[in-house]
Design a binder for this molecule. Structure first.
Ligand code: CAA
Ligand code: FAD
Length: 380
């Protein structure tokens, strides 16, 4: 067993850390306040290779492993979780899904642009009546020979208005239930495809979340990913890796909140001494650090499983379940350590607390992670 990062891992982590401090920190409060999409920052992340980290260099990606990816995700999330969800969706849902299951023509046409950040992707599974219950797809994709006709509504879509390409899950044959579901690449300009209003959110307010409407959208057959009926497995397999990315996001939010609380406790004085000298505060730091370390081990183990070719359905789900709870608990305690200052924007911890909550909801709620883990445990 070796807990040491390689020199390359350290280099990537430090590059992401520097980038987050110099490029994301300035303006992060304002973007959150205005619900402003980080257009310039996303462009820079593309130029630096953060949007296609694990994609093979053949398609314009960084060819890095999952451990590198989670290290970068943690650092970006410490500062700006709105940016890190864009990184996560583009890397582990859209690019990974296309590279793993797309055909050569689809990879040539779409993947290179997505991996370099020239284009942004979105992953569209959730619907008003199919969130956790993802097999209950209402969006239909009727086979018309050389094309499909898509009708329906997707909601909560990250990068909803900023994406160029959308991976859309839809039901082709209802009788076959989940075996009649397909995944398609939909382009923004396709006729009948409409982006609905932006959601007004509690956290990750810089990321744009939208409802999407499909009204008789004609999608060429060559835009179907995989064999007929592969769409639900495609979504599940892709989400297994996506959950590692969100676990790393949660870890980043937790470590960001912890570091702010630790530093603040060393300068804020009460009762004639720095507050870190009060055991109640020092013990909070001890608890935070212990839980974050445990979360990091789970996140790294899941990333390592993926890199080794091991099954990571359960380890990814455990990492997300645990790290998202640690993010929430740590951020709440970080606000407490800051006292009144924790409740105002300029100290950052209130934003981290608002951002933390989403990690227990998207890419499968905590309850859904427990379903995945318990089914995995009981399978054999
Ligand atoms: N890999 C491969 N196949 C899988 C799989 C996996 N990880 N998980 C399930 N499957 C297969 C099953 O084997 C089964 O196929 P067979 O019948 O051929 O065996 C099929 O999928 C259906 O599986 P279940 O019977 O287990 O289906 P279920 O209805 O009980 O639901 C579930 C399973 C795990 C709860 C699933 O519905 C789920 O993951 N729900 C959560 C949805 C979710 O995570 N949404 C996230 C949207 S994206 C997002 O949120 C992005 C973002 O915010 C940034
Ligand atoms: P519901 O499924 O209605 O769940 C409500 C509650 O019931 C939850 O607590 C849930 O855990 C619980 N519950 C449901 N079923 C069970 C059960 N069987 N056992 C125990 N408890 C259960 N989706 C996408 O496809 N793409 C995206 O890019 C995307 N981005 C998102 C961004 C944001 C900001 C948000 C808020 C959501 C996003 N989502 C996205 C959707 C997200 O994945 C769903 O919100 C999530 O899967 C939960 O679905 P739901 O909201 O319909 O909740």
């Amino acid at each position: 067993m070796d807990f040491k990062l390689t020199e390359e891992h350290i280099m990537i982590r430090d590059a992401a850390r520097d980038f987050a401090k110099t490029e994301l920190l300035p303006g992060v409060i304002e973007r959150d306040e205005k619900q402003e999409f980080p257009t310039e920052q996303v462009k820079k992340m593309g130029e630096l290779g953060f949007l296609g980290m694990m994609v093979s260099p053949e398609y314009g990606g960084g060819g890095m492993d999952t451990v590198s990816y989670v290290l970068a995700m943690e650092e970006i999330s410490k500062i700006d979780a709105s940016c890190s969800v864009i990184v996560s969706v583009n890397n582990s849902l859209v690019c990974w899904g296309l590279e793993t299951y797309g055909n050569e023509a689809q990879k040539k046409k779409y993947l290179t642009k997505l991996a370099t950040g020239e284009s942004i992707g979105a992953f569209c599974l959730s619907e008003p009546e199919a969130g956790s219950d993802a097999t209950s797809q209402r969006t239909t994709a009727i086979d018309k020979g050389d094309h499909y006709i898509l009708n329906g509504t997707k909601n909560w879509i990250t990068n909803g208005s900023s994406a160029d390409y959308y991976l859309v899950i839809a039901q082709t044959d209802r009788e076959k239930k989940h075996k009649g579901i397909n995944a398609f690449i939909v382009e923004k300009g396709m006729e009948g495809f409409e982006v609905g209003p932006k959601e007004q959110k509690l956290g990750i307010r810089g990321s744009d979340t939208h409802t999407l409407n499909f009204n008789d959208v004609k999608v060429p057959k060559e835009n179907r990913i995989g064999e007929d009926g592969f769409g639900f497995k495609f979504a599940m397999k892709t989400l297994s890796g996506g959950r590692i990315g969100i676990a790393a996001q949660a870890l980043g939010i937790a470590s960001g909140a912890y570091e702010l609380a630790r530093d603040y406790s060393k300068i804020r004085k009460a009762f004639g001494t720095e507050i870190c000298n009060h055991q109640a505060i020092a013990f909070k730091l001890a608890d935070m650090h212990t839980e974050i370390t445990a979360a990091r081990h789970l996140v790294m183990k899941a990333a390592w499983d993926k890199d080794q070719g091991n099954n990571y359905d359960m380890s990814g789900a455990m990492a997300k379940l645990f790290a998202s709870k640690v993010a929430m608990d740590t951020a709440v305690e970080a606000v407490q350590v800051h006292g009144g200052n924790g409740y105002v924007k300029e100290y950052h911890v209130e934003r981290l607390m608002r951002d933390a909550k989403i990690t227990q909801i998207y890419e499968g709620t905590s309850e859904i992670q427990k379903i995945v883990i318990s089914r995995g445990l009981l399978k054999d």
